[in-house]
Ligand binder design. Structure first.
Ligand SMILES: [Zn+2]
Length: 450
């Protein structure tokens, strides 16, 4: 057998069944063996991680890079640097907020052209379902998108219009035929319109915003998608799920065997509506961060397997759009910037709740890799898989300060927080792209589009 060109070893390597001493043998970016801790030859370069955890790189299946078109919000260089510093080795870019959106093959080729040569980590892409683009879905899949995202309510940007049941009844049978997956922003307009008509209260008060995005909007959207999943057979994935009310429904749908998966995000699992200060619009996202009790139900659903994964929904904007001077929650842009801090934010919470490295790895690496159809090469440390590896110091703590933030716009709800878990270094296909604040010079991230 060909000799490895790199070995990374540690006393704590996260593998499918165990966390144990091992050596990861790598050749040409691929894991060729998981050997005993002391299994190496003097000729092979060795990275000895000591007691630090060696685990699969994170796959973040929900990132808005926004380039081209809104590159001042975020771009491929800054997003992939932030990802690398946060232990993310693959991200999947969302089809909207960039201009053009990824809803046509031409839009996709513009996206690829913008990304080329800028990415420090591997990047894959979601396409979009909008009214009238069913005929574009197959060409987009052929061009390499990993699946499709749609909105059931105004997306926030006019060039990515939302769909109704009528549109979905056209698009979903096509997605079923193509064996693709539909990612759904699950809020429907009616309960939100009704809430707006009756809305009273100070717009700087988080509770006013919370009332403006009632749970009913999410609940009805999830009910609709379960129904359409059953009817069309298309795979459905609920993005950034927040309302705990429908978790029992989702559980029943899964027990019925419907192909539905669910994600939630670090902010829903960390923050609570009761604790968000007045005017702190950097906490605004849709659906909103809900009450403490809701957060605890989301954790229970992760433990139960009803929620499959945790992804960032990194959705930044320029600071002016957050309207911090007025602190108006109703008018500010909705979206949270935190790509770099998903891992420590979740690790900090996991520690309090009795979970461990296996859950972390399943929720943040293996499950999102499967969603994006990358589970034959990413999301696990296993022979034949890409050597996407994070060396992680789970006991160390750090404070989130602007100087360490690598994403373009530094406004984040994690500012000032002390988080547990430091990413020491990040390897993408066997190449170290990040180590203790320093980055690789070459942006050799692969565009996973084919
Ligand atoms: Zn999003």
């Amino acid at each position: 057998m060909d000799k490895p060109d790199l070995i990374i070893r540690s006393r704590r390597v996260v593998m499918s069944e165990t966390v144990s001493p091992a050596s990861v043998h790598i050749r040409k970016g691929i894991i060729t063996a998981l050997g005993e801790w002391d299994e190496f030859t003097a000729q092979t370069p060795l990275v000895d991680a000591g007691d630090a955890v060696v685990m699969p790189g994170l796959v973040d299946a929900h990132v808005h890079v926004n380039e081209p078109g809104r590159t001042e919000w975020e771009g491929f260089t800054t997003a992939t640097r932030a990802a690398a510093a946060g232990g993310v080795t693959t991200l999947v870019d969302m089809p909207l907020n960039s201009i053009p959106p990824t809803t046509t093959p031409d839009g996709f080729s513009q996206k690829l052209a913008a990304a080329r040569g800028q990415c420090l980590i591997d990047v894959a892409f979601w396409g979009g379902v909008i009214p009238g683009n069913t005929h574009e879905l197959k060409p987009l899949l052929d061009a390499g998108v990993r699946g499709f995202k749609c909105f059931l309510i105004h997306s926030g940007v006019d060039e990515f219009p939302h769909v109704t049941e009528t549109h979905l009844l056209e698009a979903m049978p096509e997605l079923a035929r193509l064996n693709s997956v539909l990612l759904v922003h699950a809020e429907v307009p009616e309960p939100i319109e009704n809430a707006a008509a009756e809305l009273k209260g100070n717009p700087q008060d988080y509770q006013t915003f919370l009332k403006s995005r009632p749970r009913a909007s999410e609940n009805e959207a999830v009910e609709l998608m379960i129904r359409l999943c059953r009817k069309t057979g298309a795979r459905v994935h609920i993005v950034h799920h927040s309302s705990s009310d429908v978790l029992p429904l989702l559980k029943t749908a899964r027990e019925e065997g419907l192909p539905i998966t669910v994600e939630t995000c670090p902010h829903y699992l960390t923050f609570a509506a009761e604790e968000i200060p007045d005017g702190a619009t950097h906490f605004k996202c849709c659906p909103p961060v809900r009450e403490r009790e809701n957060r605890e139900q989301l954790w229970a659903a992760l433990a139960d397997g009803v929620i499959d994964m945790i992804v960032s929904d990194h959705s930044p904007c320029t600071p002016n759009l957050k309207l911090l001077e007025t602190g108006d929650f109703l008018e500010a842009w909705g979206g949270i910037a935190a790509l770099q801090f998903s891992l420590p934010a979740i690790w900090t919470q996991i520690q309090k709740r009795g979970f461990g490295l296996h859950e972390l790895s399943r929720w943040m690496s293996a499950a999102p890799a499967r969603l994006a159809g990358l589970d034959k090469r990413k999301g696990r440390l296993a022979v034949g898989f890409d050597a996407d590896i994070v060396i992680f110091q789970p006991e160390k703590k750090f404070k989130v300060v602007p100087e360490i933030i690598e994403f373009k716009n530094k406004l984040t709800p994690y500012a000032g927080m002390n988080l547990r878990g430091v990413v020491q270094s990040t390897y993408v296909r066997g190449v170290r792209v990040y180590e203790q604040g320093r980055f690789a010079e070459n942006a050799n991230g692969e565009l996973l589009a084919k």
